[in-house]
Design a protein around this ligand. Sequence first.
Ligand SMILES: NC(=O)c1ccc[n+]([C@@H]2O[C@H](COP(=O)([O-])OP(=O)(O)OC[C@H]3O[C@@H](n4cnc5c(N)ncnc54)[C@H](OP(=O)(O)O)[C@@H]3O)[C@@H](O)[C@H]2O)c1
Length: 271
Amino acid sequence: MNQVPVAIVTGGSRGIGKAMADECMRLGYRVVLVARSVRNLELARRELTDKHAPDAALQPDIEAVDVADAEAVKAAAGSIILRHGRVDLLINAAGVSIPGTLELDADTFTRLFAINLRAPFLFMQAVLPHMFARGGGRIINIASRNGKVAVAGLGGYSASKYGLVGLSEAVYRDCAAKGVAVTTICPGWVNTEMAANEGPSLRPEEMIQPEDLAKTLRWLLSMSPSVRVMEVMLECAGDVERRASVELARLYALKRRHEAEFSAIDVQAAL
Ligand SMILES: NC(=O)c1ccc[n+]([C@@H]2O[C@H](COP(=O)([O-])OP(=O)(O)OC[C@H]3O[C@@H](n4cnc5c(N)ncnc54)[C@H](OP(=O)(O)O)[C@@H]3O)[C@@H](O)[C@H]2O)c1
């Protein structure tokens, strides 16, 4: 039996997934990077190998698969487990963000759900029996702040992430007594290609950095086995501040309106 712990990281070729794979390697895991682009997978493998794994046996393994394809996901998960003989950690980070709510066509809506929700479901379904058989393991699902608070214009994405938050919470409870810890991470804007493509109002340096997700992983893995962390929400300080000042401005406007209405009432006459 392979003595080195194995981590599968979907979306591991760039962004959040790559930062988490980097941290896994730092912590001594053999990682399996999953994404579609073989070129990006190879680039990530080279970068992580140069940084952490001069020993060929510890270099990242790569699996090119489109996680929108259910049968391909099942086959890929099966072949990873067969190759490595064990899975200690699963990080579901592959995801896409497509703007739109009711104006989305049904195929795009279905695609969002296939990638952001069904793929994590299928990967969990594939690895959990092996984790139970070994008496433990850990799953981390990257949802989003949009899976906790929906925003206008992003309804399809939000719905898929709300689904992932719900699924993940149920699996967290299902696994509680079986030694497998499941955590959902719900970040706000993270400084990756996905965020850059959406043109957010924050500057890159004002966003959460992918390394912050890696630090969250390190923190989770440092907990005693008796601890379970169901959910972690990370917000951008600038976003919190902006929302708070909008709320405050609204409250002050309300106060001024009430004061004006109150002073307009002829109190003596009313008595
Ligand atoms: N960035 C943010 O602001 C933010 C905030 C909250 C949550 N999130 C979530 O965090 C996760 C990672 O996001 P990110 O910002 O790192 O995104 P990213 O930079 O766009 O990276 C996405 C990763 O997922 C892979 N991927 C996308 N579609 C895939 C498919 N159909 N099959 C297989 N792999 C696929 C990509 O590789 P290929 O393209 O080669 O397949 C890539 O490795 C996502 O689930 C996202 O929803 C992001």
